[in-house]
Design a protein around this ligand. Structure first.
Ligand code: PXG
Length: 284
């Protein structure tokens, strides 16, 4: 694969950045994960807009206009010629000195990687997935707002480690008030009492691109959709539960902390949304 770094292409083995880059030293940078479906870069504008918002929030001046950045992404896709895959778009603070003062970093770096996508096992989409609640809480919005998709993903990684230690693939993350926020790399939806609910972004959930599509599809299907603050109790007693994300798409959740959700099988609404989502992405 050819990797784009600041306007030039490098083979994967030669694609490198400086150890003085603050992205490496401090996780000082922002990123996006984008899907390629059938040669089409899915929801590119939405991802670019979120990247710019993340950059704005950390006071990182984007070195390219949105159009230039989109062209860089499209060019990297074209050079690599992957029909279906994953794009990682990264903007780091750039090379500075060993201190955290961002003023020492003169020029942010733009990196575009195209690769195959790592998916959850197909069986989990059919049978549903089990998750646990992580003891690691989601970073409070007042500390580091999770709406910023920053290169600092340790909070999520710690939750993912807990999931893997428990023998499952995902972990539910709560905020410091004990309310459900999202999972380590996916947004969460719960269907109960004929309403589809998902936590609001202001409590610390990422404003997921897939989450937004799912909300729209559900509304189009005549479902009542609400952003609500809820606790694990509402998850345990839900009729259905599923997670959404660029990599995960829509994945049913059938067990949370040992409690079966609904009848322990992927629910009717979840299956409907999975089918409709496939139509949007162009999958069969
Ligand atoms: N919440 C978090 C914390 C995420 O990182 C999502 C929700 C879903 O958002 P989108 O916009 O993709 O619908 C994400 C994004 C991985 C991986 O390898 C996953 C994400 C980011 C980085 C890596 O599993 N998910």
């Amino acid at each position: 694969m050819q990797v784009y770094i600041d306007g030039k292409f490098f083979p994967q083995s030669k694609a490198s950045i400086s150890v003085y880059d603050h992205g490496f030293l401090y996780g000082d940078g922002v990123f996006e994960g984008i899907r390629i479906y059938n040669n089409n870069i899915f929801m590119l504008d939405e991802h670019i807009n979120r990247l710019y918002d993340s950059a704005k929030a950390i006071k990182l001046k984007m070195p390219l206009s949105k159009t230039e950045l989109k062209n860089a992404v499209k060019q990297t896709h074209k050079v690599n010629g992957l029909k279906d895959g994953y794009i990682r778009l990264i903007v780091t603070r750039g090379i500075g000195d060993l201190g955290i003062d961002t003023r020492m970093c003169s020029k942010p770096s733009v990196i575009v990687i195209v690769d195959k996508i790592a998916l959850y096992p197909e069986k989990l989409y059919k049978d549903g997935m089990e998750i646990i609640t992580a003891s690691t809480q989601r970073t409070p919005v007042s500390a580091l707002n999770p709406q910023i998709k920053s290169m600092n993903y340790l909070n999520n990684i710690l939750a993912k480690i807990e999931a893997k230690n428990a023998g499952v693939n995902e972990a539910l993350m709560l905020n410091t008030s004990g309310n459900v926020v999202e999972c380590s790399g996916d947004n969460i939806f719960v269907y109960r009492n004929d309403i589809l609910i998902t936590p609001p972004t202001f409590i610390g959930a990422l404003d997921g691109v897939t989450r937004a599509i799912v909300k729209k599809i559900a509304e189009r299907e005549g479902l009542k959709v609400e952003e609500l603050i809820f606790s694990r109790h509402e998850v345990y007693t839900a009729d259905e539960c599923f997670l959404t994300g660029t990599a995960a798409e829509i994945i049913p959740v059938v067990k949370v902390d040992g409690r079966e959700i609904g009848n322990g099988k992927p629910g009717k609404i979840t299956k409907l949304l999975i089918n409709k989502f496939k139509k949007v992405t162009g999958e069969k």
